[in-house]
Design a protein around this ligand. Structure first.
Ligand code: AHG
Ligand code: MN
Ligand code: MN
Length: 356
């Protein structure tokens, strides 16, 4: 006796109604800034690199790609093998794709001009942190990749391209990240909302699982390295004291979560509500996170998800970059919490205390 489909719902994990990243990009590409399809191909190139990087990360101990390269990168940080592999795979994918004319990487001292296809109708620059949270690689903790995409004016003089490309984050045409966590997720925006895709390793596709993400306004989680608290300003310490107060009505209290990977802390806070902070410290007087390929892309994403990103005084997306690897203090997450942080940091904490 045949059963109507409704009597036999598909088993869990059935791929009956899936939307792959590629389908999503094609279906929505008319909303992308470049309807030529070049932009869709550029995003595809980044997603291919993400799958290759994921493949290396998931087998790191087996492939013997853990540990350090023995070199110090331009950040004066000891480079991990997976930093170098992720950087190499992103550069290769963007070169193969032929849509990108300039890359800027955390792992490379200068920007690198690429020769886009002669037919390329658009000039794209891509800035990226190939592997975020590198200290986590050898201890099997979460890491990520962050990317930021700008268009460049037609026929940029290659010698001038880096100065043309270093523009405020508000001018990004797209931004996103890959979170290599308990599952691997690709989350991005083109200025029309934030959408999250989960990699199905069985078919090698990123599938839409988190459409139209919005960050809750909840004071759920906060992420900061409190080992540096002696370096924090009195205003920041007052903010942290306010943040940790129990809710007078519910008795609820914010939870501390600091993974050591900005991508992982950001992604969790995006889903639960909360904020991530990396303020100025003695070791990092300008903050540790880099504007072009950490703060800017995540600031675009969080604003598209209804949140905010600030250096404590100014909107991150308004900052005019001066050089590729410049750092910035960063407060990013649920809008009410960033507004409260700014009030305390600007000496207006009493306004917030009064509101409770
Ligand atoms: P990266 O691995 O790309 O250098 O980034 C690491 C960043 C960020 O991901 C993380 O939240 C922060 O550095 C951790 O720094 P501390 O160990 O100083 O807290
Ligand atoms: Mn990073
Ligand atoms: Mn990195």
């Amino acid at each position: 006796m045949s059963h109507s489909p409704s009597e036999n719902p598909p088993p869990p994990g059935d791929l009956e109604s899936v939307m792959t990243l590629e389908q999503f990009i094609i279906d929505r590409h008319e909303r992308f800034p470049q309807a030529t399809g070049a932009f869709a191909r550029l995003l595809r190139d980044v997603s291919v690199a993400a799958k290759i990087i994921n493949h290396n990360i998931r087998r790191a101990g087996i492939l013997d790609v853990l540990g350090e390269t023995g070199r110090v990168n331009v950040q004066d940080e000891r480079q991990k093998q997976l930093d170098e592999i992720a950087d190499r795979e992103l550069e290769r994918a963007l070169r193969r794709g032929g849509e990108c004319c300039l890359i800027g990487s955390e792992e490379q001292p200068e920007t690198i001009p690429l020769s886009p296809d002669a037919t390329a109708q658009e000039q794209f620059a891509v800035f990226f942190d190939p592997l975020d949270g590198s200290t986590n690689t050898d201890v099997n903790a979460s890491v990520g990749t962050i990317f930021s995409i700008y268009t460049l004016p037609e026929h940029v003089d290659r010698d001038d391209s880096v100065h043309v490309a270093l523009r405020p984050g508000a001018e990004q045409v797209a931004a996103g990240y890959v979170a290599y966590g308990s599952s691997t997720m690709f989350v991005f925006t083109t200025g029309n909302g934030v959408n999250g895709f989960t990699l199905d390793p069985g078919i090698g596709e990123f599938l839409l699982t988190h459409p139209d993400l919005q960050i809750p306004a909840a004071r759920a989680m906060y992420s900061v390295n409190e080992a540096d608290i002696e370096d924090f300003s009195p205003e920041l310490r007052s903010f942290l004291r306010w943040l940790k107060q129990k809710d007078p009505q519910t008795g609820a209290r914010v939870r501390a979560r600091y993974i050591g990977s900005f991508v992982s802390d950001f992604h969790r806070n995006l889903l639960t509500g909360g904020l991530y902070m990396y303020p100025a410290t003695a070791d990092y007087p300008q903050g540790k996170l880099r504007l072009m390929y950490e703060a800017n892309p995540m600031a675009l994403l969080v604003e598209q998800a209804g949140g905010r990103a600030s250096d404590g005084h100014r909107r991150i997306l308004d900052l005019q970059p001066e050089e590729l690897h410049q750092r910035t203090p960063l407060f990013i997450g649920s809008a009410p919490l960033i507004e409260a942080a700014e009030a305390f940091l600007q000496g207006r904490g009493a306004e917030v205390e009064g509101r409770g």
